[in-house]
Every structure is written in C-alpha cells, then in structure tokens.
Design a protein around this ligand. Structure first.
Ligand code: DPP
Ligand code: ZN
Length: 856
C-alpha cells in the first residue's frame, strides 16, 4: 500500500450538508440506510466517491430514484457515483454484522450491547460516506431495535422522539444540530441504567448529564459524574468554554480500543475510565477516571467545535486537549506531583518513541495507517509543545490566543498552523522558528556547563543544543527551547537572583551572571519547561544539594532522579556502585516534615529499568536489574528504621479520597517496597496483613505487588484470594494479570505463558490483552530474557491479536522495534521475531507499517 502524504491534501470534491441515517439494529444483521445531501465543491467534473470498508451496497438511489449500477461502481472498497449537476440526494443501504466485528471499529457488540467507535476511519465500516474530518454534516439518526434487549437507544445531539412498534421493537430519533465530521458519529443500543445530574452553564443553559452503565456498575459511577461537573465548570472558568447541547451522555463499555471517545454529546468510554469505587479502583485509577472524563469533555471545544482538517493535524486536538486535561488535574490536587507524573510518562513512552524507528514529528508528514499515530508523540509531546507556548506567553496572553483560535475556527476543520497563527496574531509575537516543533522529530539534547572562578564575581553558563537525526530527517535545525533556570549559592543555599526564562534558539549561547560571590549551583529546565534532555556538569554533591534545597519541587525531584540515574549508570558499567550520596539524599527527603507525602513518594522512587536502559549505549537488562536491585536493597537497609516509621505514619483511618490521604497511601506502598528490598524477614507477613486488611484497592494492590515481586510464600495465597474475590470484575482481574506480567521475579517469562492459557485470558478484550501482553512488553528484564522465550511468547500473541484487532496489536509492538539498542544476540532474536510477524499470512496494514518501519 502507498503512504498517504500530508503534502497531497486537497479540499473534498463533494461536501455533505446533511445525512439522515436509519438503523435496524440487530447484532447478527443490522441494516443501515443513509440519505446524503451532497454538493459539488468547486468547478471540477469528478464523481462522488464514498469511502467504505467491507461494505456491499444493497441498493443505491440518486435523487429519489433507485439506481441500477450504470450510474455507480465499486472501486476497491469505495462506492463511486457519476453525478451531473452540483447538488443531489444519494441513498444507500448496507447490512453489517456487529457481533462479528472483532476490530471494535465501526458498529460492534460489547457485553450484549451495541456501540460504535468511528475515530479515525470506522464510520466507513458502518455506511458509505466521505470519511474524512473536513466533511462536516448535520446528522439525524433513527434507530429501531428489540425493546427488551435494547431498551436504551442513544445517539449524538438531542433526543427528538421515540415510540413502540409491533413485534416487540421500538424506535428513537436523535438530531445533532452541530455539523460534525463522521469520526464523531456515535450510537449506543443497550440494557443500561443512568446516574444522572444537572449542570447549569454560565449563561444559564440547563444540561442533563447521564452516565450509562449496566445495572451492576451503577454504584461505581459517582466519581466520574463529579469529575464531569468539575470539568464543565473548569472549562468555563479557565478557557471561557461553555457546553452547547441540552444533554451530555456518557456510556461505559468493556471492550474498547482507546481510553474513551469524544463523540458529540455522546462520549463512549472504556469502562476502566468510568468505574471506580474504593474496593476496586486504585488512587491512580480514580485520577485517571477524572483526567479522561475531563479530556473527552474538553474535546467538545478542542476537537468537536473546532476539528482537524486532516489526520496529520491530529495533535491540534490531542496535544492541546492533553494540555488542557493536565491543567485540570493539576488544579485538583498537587500541581507539582501532577507535573512529575506527566514527565515520568513522557519519558517512559515518548522519549523512546522519539529515539527509535517509529519517531515522527507531532505533525507527521506521511502514514500508512492513521491508527498507528495515536501515539505518545502526538498526545504527550504535543501537549508539551502547547505548554511551551503557555510558558513563553504567560497565562493571559495564551488565553487571548485560544480565544481567537476558538472564535475564528468555530465550526470548521483547522490545522496546527491555524493554532500557532492565532497565538501569533493575538499577541503580536513571531513564532516562525517555534514551528519547528511541529516539523522536526527527536528529543533535543541540551548541554549546560556552568563555570565560576573560585572567589571571582562572574559565573558563565554555556548552553548548546543538538536535535538528533530521526528516520527521514537526517539534518535538524536548532529549535526554540524555553529553559527556566536559577542559580543557588552552594554554601549558603540562598538563591542567587530570580528565576529566569531563557529562550535558547541558537545552536549555542553563553549567559553571564555578575556578582556571584559563592560557588553557584545550577537549577535548569525547572518545571520541565522544555521537553528536552539536559546534560550538565553538576557533581553528585550539587544534585544532592538541589534535591534538598531547590525551591521548585519539580527541580528537586529532577535533581534526585539525576543523582540516582548517574549512580545507576555508573554501577551498571562497573558492576558495583557507590550508593552513599543517594542514600543520604533519600534520607533527607524522607525526614523532611515540610514536604507533602505524595511528593516524597515520587521523589524517592528509583528510575525504571527501561529509563536506565535509555541512558546506555547498549542495554543490558540483567546488569541494569542487578544494579537497581542493589541500590534498592541499600536504600532499604540503610534507612530501614525510617521506612518503618514512614510506613507506621501512613497507617490508620478509614478510606478517604483526598490529596493528603492519597499521598499517604502512595508513600505507604513505596515504603513497603523498600522494606521488602531490605530483606527484612517479616515483610512477607507485613505485606500479607496489609493485603488482607486493606479497605481500598490502592493498599491491596500495593501489597499484592510487593508479594508478587518477592520470594515469600504468601504470594501464592494472595494471588488466589485476589482472584477469587474479584473473578467477576474484569477491570480488577486485569490488575491480577498485569501485576504478574510486571513481576520482577525470575520466573515471570514462564508465568506469563501459563497466564495466556488461563480461562480468563482472552485477546478479544483489549484491556485484557494489554494487561498481560502489553504489560509484559515493558517488563524489561523478563521480556528480554536471554533465552528469547519472552520474544517468542510476544510474537505469538501479537500475530494472534492482529487477526482479531489490528489496531490494538500494532500499538503493543514497539518494544520489539527497539532491537538496535541491545547486544548482538538479542538483536538477532528480536529481528527474527519481527520478520516472523512480517511473514505471517494476512498481516494487517497497521502491523505492516509498524514492523516494516522497525526493521528499516
Ligand atoms: N478517543 C481518543 C481521545 O480522546 C481519540 N480522540 O484521545
Ligand atoms: Zn483525545
């Protein structure tokens, strides 16, 4: 297949002003009738071309007349119709089988209900249509279905009418007054109940909110409903954006490729981002529910009211909306801890992507399969790029830019360029060079060298940047890097001057600081103001000093991480480590009563195996694991009394979902982990007691994780108890699978093979597939087991999953594509695994693109 190029964009040949859809819903055979009002766009003579995917027309009508196939033809999967004049009404009829749709794109069955997922190109699996985001139409939907089986019928927009039919069927009509692209179409038919509330917008519109789930899940929807109300108020306050329909429906389904989908007025969610109660959801789950509810709600403006011209602009809505949801979450609790979590996930997912064979700019230039571009780069780096604009402009000017953008492009399909130009025009600034962030892939590397003459008065900071080559982009230009920095006196701990925002836009720059009388220590990229890697000439003592004294909490965390990382990298190389500086710094942080517990928990965590590997020229998973475990053991032993104290301090009190209580629980699990690492003999018992007596999933899963990573007999009992207690709850069972797939035990590769044969394992459910296979792929040591069994297992699962659900399979394969980073034996085994995938019959376009790029 030929790649789609951004440079080939052309406005649509035909527009669709209105579409009326009729669905006779049935899981085995659903008949879909579509009536399209089409108009020629421009003076061309080209036919109307309607995308389809696996559809055969049962009938085609033109201007009300049934048409034999002298007026239309199939060109591959597309329906092509020759039309003379400039405006016509086209009718089509197709039949589809939702219950046989394993790709979960288009109309499919989940848990006995019917639902849709259309982004990016699923609508063409439902009906013939110009399935591209710049064709905006008004939708009317009429559904009929068996009333007993599908008592609830929902679609986009507002409900218009409903009624009963003979033979036990009923019907409902919905109308969406806002023109929208086909990827935002949705319907749901099911046996569902709602948790309802009312929200009154700033201008007085009363909106009926409802979260629809199966009856057994109703009690787990309050948190999501609260988050929805909070999000609606937040978007009014922070961005001046109000909701625009009379109803806002959310439906949770168990089988879903994405986290959730922002369909106009009818969001459809993966149930893991809706359902939460203390017994089944961790604090992390609670936070994720609120963040995803907010994200999808915010799309109503950044995505739906203003959509994307083409899929190369995906980050226009995703990067911006992630930035918006990050701001929302930061406002709900500790902004510093939220920033640390966001940077940690950027480094875990996006940095490796940007450094590997699948690297692409946030606005890509080409793709084979757009589903492969719902990436950490488009989402998370895209959010960082918007954040840099916010940092450089400040909140008020940034808001002026978003106001202009929303006003000017409301109701249209826009581009990344439109967004940047709005920021420029609203603020009279020049962002010409900044645009390189949209065009160049790769994580920039900054070198910062601070010099100071002992006793002298001037400090000199040399900054240099390098943007590494990436596939198809061998030569890069310097970018605009907003670096927040500040100097501290190394003796007194005093700040030497204020924080500055330095825009590094050349390859190199030198800054001078006068009247510096004591040895300065550099705090740089504070708040992670630019998504870059910074190399500095700071000593371990400097880093330890900053970890205790920097006034920017993110910079404190960062200094500690760098100290840990330097220590670990040195000990991987030498096989033995000097752990004293890290132990001292951890002690100081742990004992500081001023710090919030959630921050402490984040700050004392060691960098992951994967992140340590990213720093090394050749990844040696076993050496990395040994070095990290040795440091964990030393921190655990040296500070055993402190960990026990911290653990005791976090005990007690019934479950509460507040930032303080969450911080305590987080530190409790971290402390338990270090105590386990210390080798203290009573930890199996301690963890098991926590596991048994926990009144919430955070404590229970934290204890289970400790047991599952260790040698204790209680491990087996805990896994059994957990399984039996939650065997009917798929989301919790996912945790049972993933905790074992992520285990640091030596027998993990055998165990995951066993688990793949477990009666509760299925590749048909994306959450379950990700819980076992996806989690295993990021367990560096187990996945890269020297005998290659991890790769064999992974490949077998990916090939099987690709046959069912290419989109989800392709998204899990990147760990294999990192073969160049390993020793020759692993390289060979990983390449062989990739070639085996490539050779498997009936490979999807999704997988073909990922694997062939990874081998190139
Ligand atoms: N549903 C996905 C998201 O919200 C894609 N739009 O990010
Ligand atoms: Zn999104």
């Amino acid at each position: 297949p030929a790649p789609i190029l951004r440079s080939d964009y052309r406005a649509p040949d035909w527009r669709v002003s209105e579409i009326a859809l009729g669905f006779d819903l049935d899981p085995a055979r659903t008949v879909v009738r579509a009536k399209l009002h089409v108009t020629r766009n421009g003076g061309h003579g080209r036919p109307l071309r309607l995308d389809g995917d696996g559809l055969q027309p049962l009938s085609v009508g033109i201007d009300g007349v049934a048409s034999s196939n002298d007026r239309w033809r199939m060109d591959g999967d597309a329906l092509v119709i020759d039309l003379d004049g400039d405006a016509h009404v086209v009718d089509t009829e197709v039949a589809i089988a939702p219950e046989r749709n394993t790709q979960l794109m288009g109309l499919y069955a989940s848990g006995g209900n019917l639902c849709t997922q259309c982004e990016a190109e699923g609508f063409r699996r439902i009906t013939f249509f110009p399935d591209r985001p710049d064709v905006l139409a008004r939708y009317s939907v009429r559904m009929t279905a068996d009333k007993a089986r599908f008592p609830v019928l929902l679609a986009n927009g507002d409900p218009i009418a409903h009624g009963d039919l003979e033979d036990g069927r009923h019907w409902a009509e919905w109308h969406d007054p806002f023109p929208k692209p086909s990827y935002l179409f949705a319907l749901v038919a099911g046996d569902l109940v709602a948790n309802r509330a009312t929200f009154v917008t700033g201008s007085g519109r009363e909106v009926q909110l409802a979260i629809w789930v199966r009856e057994k899940d109703l009690a787990k929807t309050d948190h999501a409903l609260d988050a929805l109300k909070t999000s609606m108020a937040w978007d009014e306050r922070v961005y001046g954006r109000e909701y625009d329909l009379d109803v806002f429906n959310i439906v949770a389904v168990d089988d879903f490729n994405f986290g959730a989908m922002e369909n106009k007025g009818l969001n459809i969610f993966n149930s893991r981002y809706i359902l939460a109660d203390p017994d089944t959801a961790t604090d992390h789950d609670y936070d994720a529910v609120a963040a995803v509810v907010a994200h999808e709600y915010f799309h109503n403006w950044s995505g739906n009211r203003v959509t994307c011209r083409d899929w190369f602009q995906l980050s226009l809505k995703e990067g911006f909306t992630v930035f918006r949801d990050q701001g929302f979450s930061a406002d709900q609790g500790s902004a510093a801890v939220k920033r640390i979590e966001d940077v940690r996930s950027l480094r875990a997912a996006q940095f490796p992507e940007d450094a590997g064979p699948l690297a692409h700019p946030i606005r890509p230039d080409s793709y084979l399969e757009i589903s492969n571009f719902y990436t950490a780069t488009i989402y998370n780096k895209g959010a960082e790029v918007v954040r840099m604009l916010h940092t450089m402009l400040g909140p008020q000017r940034f808001r002026a830019g978003t106001d202009l953008y929303f006003d000017r492009f409301d109701g249209t399909a826009a581009t990344c360029e439109d967004f940047v130009a709005s920021m420029e025009e609203a603020n009279g600034v020049d962002l010409a060079q900044f645009r390189l962030w949209y065009a160049q892939a790769g994580t920039p590397r900054v070198t910062a060298t601070l010099e100071h003459e002992p006793g002298g008065g001037t400090a000199t900071l040399h900054l240099a940047q390098m943007v590494p080559p990436t596939p198809g982009q061998p030569d890069k230009q310097p970018m605009v890097l907003p670096l927040k920095l500040r100097l501290f006196g190394g003796n007194t701990g005093r700040p030497l001057g204020d924080e500055q925002l330095v825009l590094l836009s050349d390859a190199e720059a030198t800054l001078r600081f006068e009247a510096v009388t004591e040895r300065p220590v550099l705090s740089i990229n504070r708040g992670f103001s630019a998504p870059v890697i910074v190399d500095t000439n700071r000593t371990p003592a400097d880093l330890a000093f900053l970890s205790a004294h920097d006034d920017d909490p993110f910079a404190r965390y960062e200094a500690m991480q760098q100290l840990m990382l330097d220590t670990l990298v040195a000990s991987v190389a030498s096989g033995r480590g000097d752990h004293g500086a890290v132990v001292d710094a951890v002690r100081e942080t742990l004992r500081n009563p001023e710090l919030d517990r959630a921050f402490v928990a984040e700050a004392v965590l060691l960098p992951s195996d994967n992140f340590i590997g990213d720093q090394l020229p050749i990844v040696d998973p076993d050496a990395i694991f040994r070095a990290r475990e040795a440091l964990r053991r030393d921190i655990g032993r040296a500070l055993e009394r402190d960990w026990r104290q911290a653990y005791e301090d976090t005990r007690g009190g019934a479950f509460e979902y507040s930032p303080e209580a969450k911080g305590k629980r987080r530190l409790k699990t971290v402390a338990l982990g270090y105590l386990a690492a210390s080798g203290a003999p009573d930890i199996g018992e301690l963890a098991f007691a926590q596991f048994e007596h926990a009144d919430n999933m955070t404590d229970r899963q934290g204890a289970l994780m400790t047991l599952v990573n260790g040698p204790w007999d209680q491990r087996v009992a805990a896994l059994d108890i957990f399984y039996n207690r939650y065997r009917d709850n798929p989301l919790v069972l996912d945790k049972w699978f993933s905790t074992q797939a992520l285990s640091t035990r030596d027998d993990t590769p055998e165990r995951v093979v066993e688990l793949a044969g477990h009666r509760d394992f299925t590749l048909a459910n994306p959450n379950r597939a990700r819980a076992l296979v996806g989690a295993f792929g990021v367990n560096q040591r187990a996945f890269h087991a020297a005998d290659g069994r991890g790769y064999r297992f992974f490949v077998q699962q990916l090939i099987a999953l690709d046959r069912l659900n290419p989109q989800t399979a392709a998204k899990m394969m990147p760990p294999l594509g990192r073969w160049r980073r390993f020793d020759p034996a692993r390289q060979q085994a990983m390449r062989a695994a990739l070639e085996q995938i490539l050779a498997s019959p009936g490979l999807s376009k999704d997988m073909l693109e990922q694997v062939s790029k990874s081998l190139a």
